[in-house]
Design a protein around this ligand. Structure first.
Ligand SMILES: [Zn+2]
Length: 241
């Protein structure tokens, strides 16, 4: 499969931040040539005159599992939003609803020029999430959401610490490096409010041992900061008053 994108303005993002008027030849999944490619032919030719041609965007934090909830919980404070709407909705997911939520979210991301994401899954059915990601073509870093405690968390979203860790390691074994390295696993302890200190410490140790990144939330708003300070005696921020 070869593609030429002609006549566009290329925002290269190389070390010199060059912006070029040039054509691009893509063969398979690699950029083969950049320049004036008049004599070249490709199976697919795209005229990008008047357009910018940019590298894929990177979405540094997203929840593919929440796409179907859009508009169902607007204008609420973080913890009310989670307790009253988002956690019950996440708890109601089954394998199929999660798969299609992730697939729809992926399609929306791709249509907005995003090609790489860092995602937080939900607690259950994470294999369905990865099946959708596999099909989407997105470059992915993320995994099962880890929750082993918390106030007003639906029963379906709470694991024992052992189960949360074991399932995460099983998913890491199964999915990390899949699709020619396009899929990467990350531990996803949701936040200090829903993870015991023991769980967080074990995640930290396993992360070091197996070189698995950790993706979490911290300092989302003042209410969360206060709870963390009250329950753990620590502030997870340095500047908020
Ligand atoms: Zn988030």
């Amino acid at each position: 499969m070869s593609t030429i994108i002609r006549n566009g303005t290329l925002v290269t993002m190389n070390s010199r931040r060059d912006i070029l008027r040039a054509d691009i030849l893509i063969e398979g999944d690699r950029i083969k040539e950049i320049g004036e490619l008049k004599g070249y032919k490709a199976r697919q030719e795209i005229d990008a005159a008047g357009m910018l041609v940019i590298p894929g965007l990177i979405q540094a934090h997203v929840h593919l599992c929440q796409t179907l909830f859009r508009g169902a919980a607007d204008d609420m404070e973080l913890l009310d939003w989670l307790k009253q709407r988002i956690w019950p909705l996440e708890a109601a997911h089954d394998e199929e609803s999660l798969y299609y939520s992730a697939l729809l979210a992926s399609a929306e991301l791709i249509s907005g020029a995003t090609t790489s994401i860092i995602d937080m899954g939900t607690v259950r059915h994470t294999n369905s999430l990865f099946e959708a990601v596999k099909q989407s073509g997105l470059r992915y870093l993320g995994g099962k959401c880890m929750m082993d405690c918390g106030d007003e968390v639906p029963e379906k979203l709470i694991d024992s610490r052992e189960k949360s860790l074991q399932e995460s390691m099983d998913l890491f074994e199964r999915w990390n490096g899949q699709e020619q390295g396009r899929i990467h696993y990350a531990f996803c302890p949701r936040f200090a409010v829903s993870c015991s200190e023991e769980l967080l410490r074990e995640v930290s140790q396993l992360s070091e041992k197996f070189k698995i990144p950790v993706h979490s939330h911290a300092s989302e708003n003042r209410g969360e900061i206060r709870i963390v300070e009250k329950e753990r005696g620590l502030r997870n921020d340095v500047t908020a008053k």
